[in-house]
Design a protein around this ligand. Structure first.
Ligand SMILES: *Cc1c(COP(=O)(O)O)cnc(C)c1O
Length: 352
């Protein structure tokens, strides 16, 4: 880094590498797990009313309307919810709340790569706990997690789509002395979730986002669910106005339309099933997915497959790390997008 005035911790990290965001009109974009569907129609009603907003005034610093709408989903009150500028904001707040400089963050591997970036910025140690050969939790996870101030578990995991056994997670929550954040960015596509664990354990935070299942990646809204004393402490760490007014109102409207959520996630689950069979027929090896993407080993070199799709305006995700290099990650888009993706893949396979 040219400027040596930066802290050593910042000089030494690369920063988070997001998936490519290209001009949407021209490509099939199935690389960053967004929803192919628009959000709840209630969102449009809110946005049509834009002129009545007091844009000259600060928004509610506590995002209470979002907290009320979110907490109602769990039969709780707003004290159990912290709203964030995307769930990435929640992850940052958790790191700042629970991990000192020189402290330890643990994460399963492979998983979401942002945690290591957050550890780097905080000047904390990153400890990786390798998933087993089936990308499942290792049997000695309790021992391996020991001493970590904050342990991140993504369930269902990315990039694999696996939903770990909840009883195993419960034992871990019981045994672990530090905090555990269960990142449920994809839980709306799974058959179950971990939100009830916050009732039992004061060291558990469950984070959620509206970026994937609610079709609102652009709006940047996520939230944490945890016991009120945990939320209260994390409140002190966040930026005072961390969620803007438009996001608060749009988010509230989306959270209140659970019917739309169920409809769109059901469509995606159906398409996931269709896509899984289509890929298996073509010789792909799949990890069973509880998410809105598939982690698949193609019947050819994955990196050139990624590139050939890219050249034909289809954008999937390839990770070159040792545990992921034999796979590609494909977001489940609309049925039409998936048909295009399969057609183009067939062209690629017959050409070879
Ligand atoms: C997409 C994603 C997030 C980030 O969600 P935002 O709310 O858009 O910040 C968090 N965790 C995982 C595992 C994700 O895949």
């Amino acid at each position: 880094m040219a400027n040596s005035r930066f802290r050593k911790a910042i000089q030494s990290i690369a920063g988070y590498q997001p998936g490519l965001q290209l001009n949407l009109e021209e490509i099939v974009k199935i690389n960053t797990n967004e929803s192919p569907y628009p959000p709840s129609p209630n969102v449009n009603k809110v946005l049509n009313d834009l002129s009545s907003f007091h844009l000259n005034r600060y928004p509610d610093p506590l995002s209470n309307r979002v907290r009320d709408a979110a907490s109602a989903l769990y039969g709780k009150d707003r004290n159990w919810i912290l709203a964030g500028n995307g769930s990435d904001d929640i992850l940052t707040i958790a790191v700042r709340s629970f991990v000192d400089q020189g402290g330890t963050i643990a994460s399963l591997y492979p998983s979401y790569s942002l945690y290591e970036v957050l550890a780097g910025i905080q000047g904390a140690q990153m400890r990786y706990i390798e998933l087993d050969n089936e990308f499942d939790l290792p049997t000695d996870i309790i021992q391996q997690a020991k001493g970590a101030d904050l342990l991140f578990i993504v369930r269902p995991n990315s990039p694999t789509g696996k939903a770990y056994d909840i009883d195993t997670i419960r034992s871990l929550c019981e045994a672990h002395q530090g905090m555990i954040l269960i990142d449920e960015a994809y839980a709306d596509f799974a058959d179950d979730n971990c939100s009830h664990l916050v009732d039992e354990f004061e060291n558990v935070i469950v984070s959620k986002t509206l970026s994937k299942s609610y079709g609102l990646a652009a709006i940047r809204l996520g939230y944490a669910l945890a016991q009120p004393q945990v939320i209260e402490g994390m409140m002190k760490v966040r930026d005072s106005y961390n969620v803007n007014l438009l996001t608060q109102l749009v988010g509230e409207a989306a959270l209140q339309d659970q019917e739309h959520l169920v409809q769109t996630t059901n469509k995606i689950k159906e398409t996931r099933k269709w896509l899984s069979s289509a890929l298996i027929e073509r010789g792909f090896e799949l990890i069973e997915s509880s998410s809105n993407f598939l982690f698949a080993k193609p019947p050819c070199d994955p990196q050139s497959y990624y590139q050939m799709l890219f050249d034909r305006k289809i954008l999937i995700r390839y990770f070159s790390s040792p545990r992921c290099k034999d796979y590609v990650r494909i977001s489940v888009g609309s049925k039409e997008e998936m048909q295009t993706f399969i057609n183009v893949s067939d062209q690629i396979f017959t050409k070879k």
